[in-house]
Design a protein around this ligand. Structure first.
Ligand SMILES: C[C@](O)(C(=O)O)[C@H](CC(=O)O)C(=O)O
Length: 303
């Protein structure tokens, strides 16, 4: 049995000339379960969503390595063969911390992660006023990740993200991505791609290095579908707000209804059993029975 099945599977898809990865953003166990049930064969753990759900905070560099690794480990192990691509922000420090991040993510079952060139007091890539470290410091982060991966013999995929586009422009972003590629990163990530033309240009300028498209709607990137991204030549697309977006809107609506009517008035389909089935109820019951347990002999459905 491989230690990190998700990473090995992801590398197989990336090595396939026709391979393309579509990863909806998930931020907790339930959103990951929903994405798996919907049939996605890769997941993306959003750092913004982790900050929002774990701490109730904005994406401002508040999550630590421990916060991110704990969330990623739980999500990655819901379906170990399904690659989880996880946000790793700045790597959480200098080369020593980036090494720890890489090792811990790899051992937690994460298949790929991205490290960026913002300063430690980072912010979401779609906010203005970002500050960056210099290219050499950035390359050092990437080198530390690549060396850690090699040292432990892990298949984990290192994705180099640059946040230079918004403040420094396209040419500087290319310089940084090339430096990251030369430092051994497996894939590149140009944050905040601002047009389809630029997206296609980046794919051409960096070919054959595979690129990921970060599809944050209503940020700095125009809406590009998974099919279009594939057509343009990207190898992977992530949709960070794919689950937290609908969840937030539905919670707001549901809470307004409760405030108004004094009852949540939930959809009839939403029983406790249904919620627990989304989260592996039947598999757990089977585990118990297979081990000779009798706790669920009578089932869990009310009659
Ligand atoms: C991809 C990202 O790092 C994330 O945390 O999901 C964010 C998404 C967002 O907050 O818009 C980013 O693009 O910085």
């Amino acid at each position: 049995m491989t230690i990190n099945q998700g990473a090995t599977n992801l590398r197989r898809v990336l090595a396939d000339p026709n391979g393309f990865v579509v990863a909806p953003g998930v931020y907790d166990g339930m959103s990951a379960r929903m994405a798996l049930a919907a049939g996605f064969d890769a997941l993306y753990m959003t750092g913004a969503g982790t900050a929002a759900s774990v701490h109730g905070q904005a994406d401002l560099g508040i999550c630590t390595l421990n916060d991110m690794r704990n969330n990623a480990e739980m999500i990655a192990n819901l379906s170990p063969s399904t690659p989880l691509i996880a946000d790793a922000d700045t790597g959480y420090g200098g080369p020593i911390m980036v090494s720890r991040t890489t090792e811990q993510y790899a051992r937690s079952g994460v298949a790929a992660f991205h490290i960026e060139d913002q300063v430690q007091t980072k912010r979401c890539g779609h906010l203005s006023g970002k500050l960056l470290v210099d290219t050499e410091t950035y390359a050092t982060r990437i080198r530390a990740a690549v060396q850690a991966r090699q040292r432990i013999g892990s298949d984990i995929v290192v994705i180099a993200r640059t946040d230079a586009l918004l403040g420094q422009g396209y040419e500087e972003s290319l310089v940084r991505l090339r430096a990251a590629r030369d430092a051994g990163a497996d894939m590149g990530f140009l944050e905040g791609v601002s047009s389809r033309e630029m997206a296609a240009q980046a794919v051409r300028d960096l070919a054959p290095w595979p690129l990921v498209l970060n599809m944050v709607e209503h940020g700095s990137t125009p809406s590009i579908s998974a099919a279009e991204a594939r057509e343009i030549g990207f190898k992977m697309i992530i949709f960070p707000f794919a689950t937290i977006g609908p969840a937030l809107m539905a919670m707001r609506e549901g809470l307004e209804k409760l405030k108004r009517d004094g009852l949540p008035g939930l959809n009839k389909e939403l029983t406790p059993q249904m919620l627990f089935r989304v989260c592996g109820l039947d598999e757990s019951v089977k585990l118990d029975a297979d081990a000779g347990g009798a706790a669920f002999d009578g089932g869990v459905d009310l009659r």
